[in-house]
Write a protein that binds this ligand. Structure first.
Ligand code: CAA
Length: 240
């Protein structure tokens, strides 16, 4: 039986590349998305991968959504917590709502999804959870107190859950992407982005498939000894 994988935010950007990479690795993939029906429909037509709509920031919606995927495709073996949003602004301009939206989606989403799938993975003694963090969670970023806090939280979440999953055959890892050529990064003002790219040793933005490659590795059958780790894929922008 093919492994069943859910990729949150899996119809666009980095998530789309991850959905495709896991499908290529032989998995049955469910791509979750929150809002853009048109893009999700086009994605399914293009890839043959089913798209499921729910908000990962909504605890009950994650329970229901995961149940629906399990009913239709089979027990869930792999979850990639990729869904994420930005609400950038310096502290004086950052509202509580901007803080809360980002925490609820980017960090809350990881908890909500793990809570829905972890018991089944424990029972079946196999699971792969990959959380998409960020270079900005490792290094901080001007104008991203909310996003950096949520992404940094993902790295702690990963290490804690990895310890809980280890004996049950569940690995929990994170990837910390740098600046990748997606809609999210395209929203950064051009002059600001130019200065950021100038500081990337590789000299360019990353491509979504370069993140997906790492996810596929962490989800592989023979990656069972890799857990609690963070794989940085950032063109050398942040080394530590
Ligand atoms: N360090 C120090 N000072 C900085 C700075 C930095 N990195 N960036 C800006 N400033 C300074 C500016 O020079 C300016 O100073 P002066 O007033 O003295 O000229 C001051 O801060 C205000 O800057 P802005 O005019 O840019 O302020 P703004 O309110 O218009 O915008 C901002 C602020 C929203 C943070 C904007 O600068 C911005 O969008 N920055 C990019 C943030 C970013 O990198 N986001 C990543 C999104 S992609 C992503 O998150 C994916 C991922 O995981 C990597």
């Amino acid at each position: 039986m093919a492994r069943v994988a859910i990729v949150t935010g899996g119809t666009r950007g980095i998530g789309e590349a991850i959905s495709l990479a896991l499908k290529e690795a032989g998995m049955t993939v469910a791509a979750n998305y929150a809002g853009n029906d048109e893009r999700a429909k086009a994605f399914t037509t293009r890839t043959g991968i089913k798209a499921y709509k729910w908000d990962v920031g909504d605890f009950d919606a994650c329970q229901k959504g995961c149940q629906q995927v399990a009913d239709e495709l089979g027990p869930i073996d792999v979850v990639v917590n990729n869904a994420g949003i930005t609400r950038d602004g310096t502290m004086p301009k950052m509202t509580y709502e901007m803080w809360d939206d980002v925490m609820r989606t980017n960090l809350g989403g990881c908890f909500n999804m793990a809570k829905a799938v972890f018991p089944g993975m424990r029972e079946r003694k196999w699971g792969r959870i990959v959380n998409i963090g960020s270079i900005n969670g490792q290094a901080g970023q001007y104008g991203q107190v909310n996003y950096a806090a949520a992404k940094s939280g993902i790295h702690g979440f990963t290490k804690a859950l990895a310890q809980e999953g280890a004996r049950a055959g569940i690995t929990v890892n994170a990837i910390a992407p740098g600046y990748i050529d997606t809609d999210m990064v395209a929203a950064v003002p051009a002059d600001v982005l130019e200065k950021i790219v100038a500081k990337i040793p590789v000299g360019r933005l990353g491509q979504a498939h370069e993140i997906a490659r790492g996810v596929a590795f962490l989800c592989a059958e023979d990656a069972g000894f890799v857990t609690g780790s963070t794989l940085s894929i950032n063109g050398g922008q942040h080394m530590y």
